[in-house]
Design a binder for this molecule. Structure first.
Ligand SMILES: [Zn+2]
Length: 225
């Protein structure tokens, strides 16, 4: 932590004619808050997740999806709860999740915890042969996903699958809302698998497997990255 602060200070550049200023780096806005100071003291520094979140940009995926993933990590995608917080929804607009029509559409509800999403994740875990439980937030989920793989490239491959799932869940949510689309766990998972396969194929020259090989022997395929 001290080393990180020192390297931040020594790498800061002063620009002539421009005032320098202090920025509190333990939260995104750069402003001090008691909560962020408490998290810092607890060892739950924001700087560490920021560094880890940066690995998202190395995922094998198109740039628009990477941007979506980045917003997801920071809780900024346009769920109904977020739209309401920003004052974009009108009085009477529903905050309810369009999938289950039961609970409020928060980021974590939509992409992690409600039965539809959690079934998609369970399918992913069974496919990758991973025993785990879903963490509380999308950020923690991203950090955890693929952690059991020993090489950075394999982890990036697994994280690309994470991105393919959250992206496919989001597209599927939009179809449910705007086109009365189906609520089909199998379809979402199959589509995420193929989407990830296509990204890996396009973004990595060493990846030359068929969809069948990808689906039936994923670990071998990830080993080629
Ligand atoms: Zn729901």
């Amino acid at each position: 932590m001290k080393g990180a602060l020192l390297s931040t200070l020594t790498s800061a550049t002063l620009v002539e004619g421009k005032d320098d200023k202090w920025v509190w780096m333990a939260n995104e806005e750069g402003h001090y808050s008691v909560k962020s100071a408490f998290q810092l003291l607890q060892g739950l520094t924001i700087a560490e997740p920021i560094l880890e979140f940066e690995t998202l940009w190395k995922c094998f995926a198109p740039s628009n999806t990477l941007a979506f993933g980045w917003k997801t990590l920071w809780g900024r995608i346009q769920t109904r709860t977020n739209l309401n917080r920003r004052g974009i929804l009108h009085n009477g607009d529903s905050l309810t999740c369009a999938f289950c029509l039961g609970e409020e559409e928060t980021l974590e509800h939509l992409l992690l915890h409600f039965s539809f999403s959690s079934q998609v994740w369970q399918k992913c875990y069974r496919w990758l042969n991973i025993l785990t439980v879903l963490p509380a937030t999308c950020g923690m989920h991203f950090l955890q996903h693929g952690g059991e793989f020993m090489t950075a490239n394999k982890r990036q491959g697994a994280k690309s699958m994470w991105l393919a799932i959250v992206w496919t869940l989001w597209l599927s949510r939009n179809k449910v809302i705007f086109q009365n689309g189906p609520r089909d766990v199998e379809k979402v998972f199959d589509s995420a698998q193929l989407r990830a396969w296509n990204w890996l194929r396009v973004k990595n020259n060493n990846f030359s497997f068929t969809p069948y090989e990808w689906i039936s022997n994923t670990r071998l395929c990830l080993g080629s990255l």
